[in-house]
Design a protein around this ligand. Sequence first.
Ligand SMILES: Nc1ncnc2c1ncn2[C@@H]1O[C@H](COP(=O)(O)OP(=O)(O)OP(=O)(O)O)[C@@H](O)[C@H]1O
Ligand SMILES: [Mg+2]
Length: 514
Amino acid sequence: MAAASDLILVADGIAKSFPGVRALDGVSLRVRRGRLLALLGENGAGKSTLMNILAGVFPPDAGTLVLDGAAVSFANPQAALAAGIGIVFQELNLIPHLSVAENMFLGREPRTRLGFIDYPKLNAAAAALLRRLELAVDPTTLVADLRVGQQQLVEIARAVSEDARVLILDEPTSSLSAHEVEVLFGVIAELKRRGVALIYITHKFEELARVCDDVTVMRDGRVVGEAAFPDLTRDALVRLMAGREAKETFRKSPARLGAELLRAEGLTLPGAGAGHGRRNLVDNVSFELRRGEVLGLFGLVGAGRTELLEVLFGLHAGRAAGRLELEGRPAQFASPADAIAAGLALAPEDRKRDGLVLPMSVAANASLASLERTLRAGFVSPDREAAYITPYIERFRVKTPSLAQLIVNLSGGNQQKVILAKWLATGPKVLLLDEPTRGIDVNAKREIYAFIDELAQLGLGLIVVSSELPEILALSDRVIVMCEGRKTAEFARADATPEKILAAAFPVSAPAAA
Ligand SMILES: Nc1ncnc2c1ncn2[C@@H]1O[C@H](COP(=O)(O)OP(=O)(O)OP(=O)(O)O)[C@@H](O)[C@H]1O
Ligand SMILES: [Mg+2]
């Protein structure tokens, strides 16, 4: 048992309600120096809300916080940070049109004697932090030009630089590559040695064995379990999270392949220019997709998978080259609107940037891509909108007080479910899913797998991009592997093994163990 002096942060009886939602209902949390506390729970359990309170984003309705023996309350995030509580939020919070270095030191930039920002000093300090996270980007790069995973690392670098005594990481690895995750784990180990306490939110159980010392499980705004990590089995965790027995694991049905649906030949997307190097982002990729088929698209982060989906969806018309056939006829999409009209749908990876309109309701977001079905006399009819979208919202068990709730108020995982609902509601023939289970809890994940399976049985063709090998293996009838823009391998389901897929995913010159 840890001594009381090991406790750096104690939260007691924390409550928080939003209109129509009791997000936290008397939650207590104990955080110890030099240890990592994993905070687990289903989508909407209240994890991020609790972290926002610890980090001073908003005050609790009730409850107390004790930091290092003294009662504290924070008026804003700056106050929490000054007291030693740092946070990397679940959603990216960088300013796109500022540089990496400017973002990292926002509000605490080194100044010259005349009071101007000391850019050489700023950039040098940023470069040192970037090296620590093995992030090979120039500190003067605009954040808008970074991949999502790189942006996430910049946020982590910023938080690490703030010398927090308690560091909160809310799903930090959701868009990191395997190698980036390893670097982060190295940083976490170093922080623990220095006595920093970490609170770590994740839906990826395999990460726990690597970093976790203690676990707290939340359900419906309450703490339902606390233990030293090794004392809990995976099944016990899932049972605590869900409040019921875990369902059996997902079993894919045998594919019933139909006619050819989509054929791509020599798809190529040139690189954007200097910063990204001159190589093609998508380089001469050909494949076909049949009705009833789930095609898994595996690759390391940066392999060109997202760009390939974007090319298919008409997002790079004018720049991309190659031939496309839909149901045997040549197809050319000048825009996503063209692609949608032809029966394609793309649920993108970066939900804040491409997927959702944050100041709009759940219903409006979910029906945005199928507007014509919700119109009455040319205007969106709320009744038709609700009638049309409700089955999708229910199917995914989106946790929301009503369809009128603003999407920005939903938990991260529930926002992701609305994106899937939105694109399914277009009734597509071809569904392109980019990291569909990012931020989704274990049980909801299985429901989404089952739904993908069902759609394939109904005759849709699906292309699923995932960085999670188990997910690719569970879902796919066929697997395509990409590396540096090229298609490097293709496997029928029966021949696809983790070893073969990974071997094709790593660049030839790089060590496969990276
Ligand atoms: N600003 C807000 N306004 C209204 N409701 C909110 C707000 N923030 C959170 N909620 C609601 O509070 C509940 C808890 O949300 P929270 O974001 O804490 O969940 P979470 O455990 O982090 O889930 P996830 O794993 O999906 O990120 C949800 O029902 C959510 O919709
Ligand atoms: Mg959350």
